[in-house]
Structures are given as structure tokens and as C-alpha cells.
Design a protein around this ligand. Structure first.
Ligand code: ZN
Length: 151
């Protein structure tokens, strides 16, 4: 019984310590999108037709390099809309007990393993679809829980 308790404590501590690395080359501190005419970037923000924002938006300019936020296996394309528009692409990553989707990213590759900080793609042209928006990477947990604690 004592062993079980100790292992549990170690696991909890390890999970709590995981922090994402910089997602975008122009934003080393992972600054978040606040609000613009299209809405706000925080988790749970309101969207049109009674929907809520199920991710956290990290500022990133169109065409800028996107990095792996943690050591991960790539899980293929992850598309926010499925409508094939200019920004309808992204990449899934899993590892270290996490499963994450990054939207609005053109991936360099969609399989294999990456290390935290490796280039994984570039930001798609958000301004062409949402003129004036704060261009960003949308970070969403696969279970739609709040990713904010990892930043
Ligand atoms: Zn978003």
C-alpha cells in the first residue's frame, strides 16, 4: 500500500510540471490572443451560435515557423473545419500522457516523432480568411479540456 501511494505522488508531480515550449518563432513567451473583432482567444470564450471556444489561441504571424511544444508522436492532419479553405489544416501530437491538436498549421510531415522545439510546420494565411484577426495557433486538447495550465 505504501508503494502505491508513493508512485501516485510521483506521477502527479510529473504531470503538473509539464510546460509547453514556444509554439511560434515570433512569440518566444507564448503570448495569447486577447480579443479582436472575431472573438477572444481564451479557453471557454463565446463564439457565434451559442458555441464556446474549446482551445487556447497563441499569437503567431502568417507564414511563421511553428514548433513542437513537447516531445511527441505526430498523429496526422487535424482539420478545424473540414471545408478545405486556406486555413483548414493542422496537426495532432501525443506524448507524455497528453493528446493535443494544433489548428491553422501547415505541417512539414504528419507521422513520426518530434522533440520539443523542433520545427513542425508554418502558420497558414489566417488574414486571407479572417482579415484583421490576431493570427494564431489554436491549441486544443483531444478531450477538449482546458490547455491553459500547460502554458
Ligand atoms: Zn482558437
Amino acid at each position: 500500500m505504501k508503494t502505491v501511494v508513493i508512485l501516485s505522488a510521483i506521477f502527479t508531480t510529473d504531470t503538473a510540471l509539464l510546460k509547453f515550449g514556444a509554439l511560434c518563432s515570433g512569440n518566444p513567451g507564448n503570448s495569447r490572443r486577447s480579443c479582436d473583432r472575431y472573438g477572444c482567444g481564451k479557453y471557454g470564450a463565446r463564439r457565434s451560435n451559442n458555441r464556446t471556444h474549446k482551445g487556447l489561441d497563441i499569437i503567431c504571424s502568417d507564414g511563421t515557423t511553428v514548433y513542437a511544444p513537447f516531445d511527441a508522436t505526430l498523429n496526422g492532419h487535424s482539420r478545424p473545419y473540414g471545408n478545405g479553405n486556406k486555413i483548414d489544416d493542422g496537426i495532432g501530437l501525443s506524448g507524455q500522457g497528453l493528446c493535443v491538436k494544433l489548428f491553422y498549421v501547415k505541417p512539414d510531415k504528419i507521422t513520426g516523432r518530434v522533440k520539443k522545439g523542433n520545427k513542425i510546420g508554418i502558420l497558414l494565411p489566417m488574414q486571407k480568411v479572417y482579415p484583421g484577426i490576431t493570427s494564431h495557433v489554436h491549441v486544443q486538447m483531444c478531450d477538449r479540456s482546458d490547455p491553459t495550465k500547460y502554458f
